[in-house]
Design a protein around this ligand. Structure first.
Ligand SMILES: Cc1cc2nc3c(=O)[nH]c(=O)nc-3n(C[C@H](O)[C@H](O)[C@H](O)COP(=O)(O)O)c2cc1C
Length: 183
């Protein structure tokens, strides 16, 4: 597989010690074991200065963000978004990142690439609404969203400290990821 066939997993929050990151790291290990070229972007790594009001032009894009864009977006053809539910939708940092990237190398970053969405929530909905919101945004950017979306609800019950322990969730996640690789 060449670099363009790489999968980028996005842990969709900058909250420290997030549960989304635990799931994202599980998927990273799973794909590495399968020999799939894969990278994990933890949104904790995204500099907060993307909130600066200079962010909306390519010439003003900060160096750290350019590196993130070229490595994790231009350099991949598939994305797996693991997005927690914050107030009934995706965290603002996910939208902020997509907006900040969209002003530079738009087509190379997004056009006709493929995305799989996994929602994570403390509550029962598993971020179903947030995954729908994110689908709309990604479709607008030209990304093709995989039709199967996985809502992971009551995330506290399927983790043991920093590990995913629920066998049923593990099997469902593995199957989803396998299907997405074929997509
Ligand atoms: C700002 C904020 C808003 C949240 N809103 C919701 C919510 O609307 N519904 C819900 O089920 N859980 C909500 N939660 C709890 C998260 O779903 C929970 O923290 C879960 O572990 C996933 O987020 P994480 O990846 O940051 O850990 C919220 C958490 C934060 C920090």
């Amino acid at each position: 597989m060449n670099e363009k066939n790489c999968v980028t997993i996005i842990s969709g929050t900058n909250r420290r010690k997030s549960h989304s990151f635990i799931l994202a790291r599980y998927i990273l290990n799973y794909l590495q074991k399968k020999g799939t070229p894969v990278k994990l972007l933890d949104l904790e790594e995204v500099p907060l200065s993307i909130l600066d009001n200079n962010t909306y032009t390519a010439e003003n894009q900060i160096k750290e963000l350019t590196e993130i864009q070229d490595n994790y977006f231009v350099g991949s053809s598939k994305f797996i978004f693991v997005v927690p539910e914050y107030n009934g939708s995706i965290p603002g940092v996910v939208k902020m990142l997509l907006d900040a990237l969209s002003v530079r190398k738009y087509d190379e970053s997004f056009f006709h690439k493929k995305a799989c969405l996994i929602g994570v929530a403390a509550g029962r909905a598993g971020n179903l609404r947030g995954m729908d919101h994110l689908s709309d945004i990604l479709n607008y950017l030209g990304v093709i969203v995989f039709p199967s979306k996985l809502p992971v609800s009551r995330v506290f019950e399927i983790l043991d400290g920093r590990e995913l322990i629920n066998g049923e969730v593990v099997e469902t996640l593995n199957q989803l990821v396998d299907d997405f690789l074929e997509f």
